[in-house]
Design a protein around this ligand. Sequence first.
Ligand SMILES: Cc1cc2nc3c(=O)[nH]c(=O)nc-3n(C[C@H](O)[C@H](O)[C@H](O)COP(=O)(O)OP(=O)(O)OC[C@H]3O[C@@H](n4cnc5c(N)ncnc54)[C@H](O)[C@@H]3O)c2cc1C
Length: 413
Amino acid sequence: MNPDVLIVGAGLSGLCCARKLQQQSIRCLVLEAADGVGGRIRTDAVDGFRLDRGFQVFLTSYPEAKSILDYEALDLKPFLPGALVRYGGRFHELTDPWRRPFAALRSLRSPIGSLADKLRVARFRSRSLRGTIEDRFRDPETTSLQMLQDAGFSPSMIERFFRPFLGGIFLDSELLTSSRMLNFVFRMFSLGSACLPSEGMEAIPRQLAASLPPGSIRLGTRVVRVGPGAVTLATGEELSAKTIVVAVEGRTAAELLDDNISSAGQGTTCLYFAAPRPPIAQPLLVLNGDGRGPINNLCVPTVAAPSYGPGDKSLVSVTALGTGNDPDRLLDEVRVQLGEWFGTAVQDWRHLRTYSIPYALPTQTPPALNAPERSVRWRSGIYVCGDHRDNASIQGAMVSGRRAAEAVLKDLI
Ligand SMILES: Cc1cc2nc3c(=O)[nH]c(=O)nc-3n(C[C@H](O)[C@H](O)[C@H](O)COP(=O)(O)OP(=O)(O)OC[C@H]3O[C@@H](n4cnc5c(N)ncnc54)[C@H](O)[C@@H]3O)c2cc1C
């Protein structure tokens, strides 16, 4: 094939860009360094379990995903819209803080939030739902922590709920992530469910890849140089096309293009265990409200999506923020904390695998989202997309791919 457009990277952004261009009969060739599509959304099969490379969830409310993906085919399995907060030696349930903030805190004669926090969650929710998503990305930008404090949330609500919950989403325990992301997350959780596709998160990029004509994707193909009208591969081979789209993570985009793109990223470590029995019966996220120990959050994917396991065992997914800890020591510390939470049963849990992901999300400390949509035109004939152009989410990556395709189409026609 003699492509009109070469796309570097088969993550969500590159795939969405290719899809949009192919719909307009523009021939694309997607060059992907890895052995499969999906980028940061991959799923491994290990001993009958499906292990996503880092715990993540798909929110059904993402508008871009709604317009592109076939949700039925993904066979989405929802988590309950709440959390179990571990605090003071017990678990405290928060039911649906997003859609029913009053119900959420009624159940808590709890140390997690005050009566006034109920009102604040309700107010926050209705404000996040006003106007369009784009409007909320234009609200004044500060850090998420500052915004929560300015909204008057009690320290207990922030420390015991928001810090582990948002910390687990932004992979940022300091909550220095832009308040515009906080608006976005509040809105998305209020409007939809957090789900896992029954075949694993990788089913999302695979569905997108399947919509492209055969031969559109070349795997195992690393690009080392991008120039006008051509790219050079690690093998030395040169491929040419009038238009190049660079759809790699921010860190690599900074290397391939230039350092006007921030290479800063948030890291995370995900540990998986096989357990004879599920430690919790409901598909809920468990949050560390104590702030002590390595675990930020955990869940049991097989309770939400039984197809994540072999049937006779449960899968436990544990998230510790950051990377760089000694893996054996981290595993020991996680086991100790799991033992405190779930007792001696944890001794029978088998460690399956640990994923350490130094660049899971682009860092979004203000003024990162000062311009919520950064330019996708790099220089003549070269375009750039990826979550670092919009926001660090499945929605952001998909939108950036579509925006890059629209820019290409506008310039070609
Ligand atoms: C652990 C984790 C948890 C997350 N949690 C959530 C969540 O719960 N909800 C949510 O909405 N989002 C979440 N995200 C974010 C979301 O997964 C990403 O924003 C999105 O997948 C990014 O897509 P992308 O196309 O921008 O980049 P990527 O997926 O990084 O794709 C870039 C592609 O380019 C390829 N590539 C890189 N360099 C080269 C090269 N030189 N030549 C050729 N190919 C190259 C890479 O191999 C990769 O396939 C999470 C991410 C991680 C890692």
